[in-house]
Design a protein around this ligand. Structure first.
Ligand code: GDP
Length: 457
């Protein structure tokens, strides 16, 4: 695909700012900019230089601006790129963009700059997607994961896997050419070994999705417990210091409250299941589908109970109904401020099957920090070192799963089926791997990915 058209869009957000940056990309970017610029002759300036002057429409001066020049291929899109920094008035920006369109540019579509960067080989597909993730990142961890992907950590790993598979595919292809002579160029033992090795990497990428996705979207954390256990008080205590920087997410149902809490750079989406209280008055009946649904969708469940009130039987039945495979449960004993060591000591909850719990007081804000660290460890465990490759994209996950299936077919059939079928299965695996890095693309796929970008990116 070649792009003869020069595109233009505002690269900074809509609305009034101190400055606005208008970006042009394409073969005529510099001549178009030069035709409206009063100052130096932009067509005679070297790449990576900045020039002060005015944007003029005939005799009318629209604004005083700074123009940055990037001459192909040394630019984001690998085309000629001009960035005009003007004053951030919506009127000025609109006038300049209209003028540039009059001079031959056209409005860029969503993501078109990044699409061109991809088509011109500047970025592979997973890197282009990382650009979108980076723009959308809202926590330290999600920014780091996107940055790691943008730097190519993710793609280079897949690329080398794909290269190894390509080698085998060509050896097997060669066997097909010599079909009558019954030769075997691709050593089956080596192929098996390679596939097992690739499978291991793919499986670890697939299993990184849960964490990667949690980092990208936030870890779902449910607070559940009997009425008056102190859930709302705890939610407030957890959010207290963070309130200034958390955003309020309106719950999907009226009776669940969702807030975002940042712990050690990771966003946790805290869900207070206040609704149980109205619906029933006992936790055994949490059967209220909504609440169970929330719990089932969560990675971490904070089970809060009133340490000064709860009976052994109640605790036991709560634990039975709330413990779920795949969800880490933290048992938290609240209201310890009401317990004194002599007259009213902390009961021995172990008799109810509770081996470990964290004593807190939500009201007095005792051990709230410990709870935060436990919530963090429950979700992240020892899985995060900072430079690992995490899959955060559902499209990548699906392609990896399909690769895994294709490779399983290769393994299954290796000893029994003929080279031509083997070759087909390997090609399928190559296809799915290529879909991630963009070695294999369709127009629909590109349209789908880049339409999610904002205009100007
Ligand atoms: P929820 O129904 O689980 O959301 O419970 P609330 O947060 O509404 O709290 C119920 C009652 O317990 C309120 O009167 C709170 O002030 C009180 N409460 C909550 N946490 C504590 C605590 O740590 N110590 C004491 N003494 N009271 C608490």
């Amino acid at each position: 695909m070649t792009n003869n058209e020069t595109i233009v869009a505002l690269a900074t957000p809509n609305g009034t700012g101190a400055i606005g940056i208008i970006r042009l990309s394409g073969p005529d970017a510099i001549t178009i900019a030069a035709s409206v610029f009063k100052g130096k002759d932009l067509t005679k300036q070297p790449s990576h230089t900045i020039h002060f002057g005015s944007i003029v429409d005939g005799d009318i001066i629209l604004d005083e601006v700074l123009v940055s020049l990037f001459i192909a291929p040394r630019s984001y899109t690998r085309e000629n790129v001009v960035e005009i920094s003007c004053h951030g008035s919506a009127y000025i920006i609109e006038s300049i963009i209209k003028l540039l369109i009059k001079k031959g540019a056209r409005s860029a579509k969503a993501g078109e700059f990044t699409l061109r960067a991809f088509l011109n080989g500047q970025l592979d597909l997973s890197q282009a997607e990382a650009v979108a993730d980076l723009i959308a990142s809202n926590s330290k961890a999600s920014q780091q994961v996107a940055l790691q992907q943008l730097r190519g950590g993710f793609s280079s790993q897949l690329q080398s896997l794909r290269d190894q598979l390509v080698q085998f595919a060509s050896l097997i292809e060669l066997e097909l050419d010599f079909a009558e002579e019954d030769v075997e160029f691709a050593n089956r033992d080596q192929l098996k070994k390679l596939i097992l090795q690739i499978n291991r990497v793919i499986r670890s990428l697939i299993s990184s999705f849960e964490l990667g996705n949690a980092i990208k979207l936030g870890v779902n954390t449910v607070i559940a417990g009997r009425p008056n256990a102190g859930k709302s008080t705890l939610l407030n205590a957890l959010l207290n210091e963070e309130r200034a920087i958390v955003s309020h997410i309106p719950g999907t149902t009226r009776d669940t409250i969702e807030e975002v809490l940042n712990i050690n750079g990771i966003n946790f989406r805290l869900i207070d299941t206040a609704g149980i209280r109205e619906a029933t008055d006992a936790i055994e009946q949490i059967g209220v589908a909504r609440t169970m649904e929330k719990i089932n969708q969560s990675a971490v469940l904070v089970y809060l109970f009133d340490a000064s009130q709860i009976t052994a039987e109640e605790l036991k039945s709560d634990l039975e109904s709330l413990q779920k495979p795949g969800i880490t449960m933290l048992a938290v004993a609240n209201k310890i401020d009401l317990l004194t060591t002599q007259t009213n000591p902390l009961p021995d909850f172990r008799t109810s099957g509770l081996s470990d719990f964290l004593p807190i007081s939500a009201k007095e804000k005792l051990h709230i920090d410990d709870l935060k660290q436990q919530i963090y460890s429950a979700a992240i465990k020892d899985k995060l070192t900072g430079d690992e490759t995490l899959v955060t994209n559902i499209r990548h996950l699906e392609a990896l799963q399909k690769t895994e299936e294709a490779l399983a077919r290769v393994l299954d059939g290796m000893d029994t089926i003929t080279s031509d079928f083997l070759s087909m299965d390997i090609k399928q695996a190559l296809h799915y791997l290529g879909e991630i890095t963009g070695a294999v693309t369709t127009d629909d796929l590109l349209e789908n990915i880049f339409s999610k970008f904002c205009i100007g990116k």
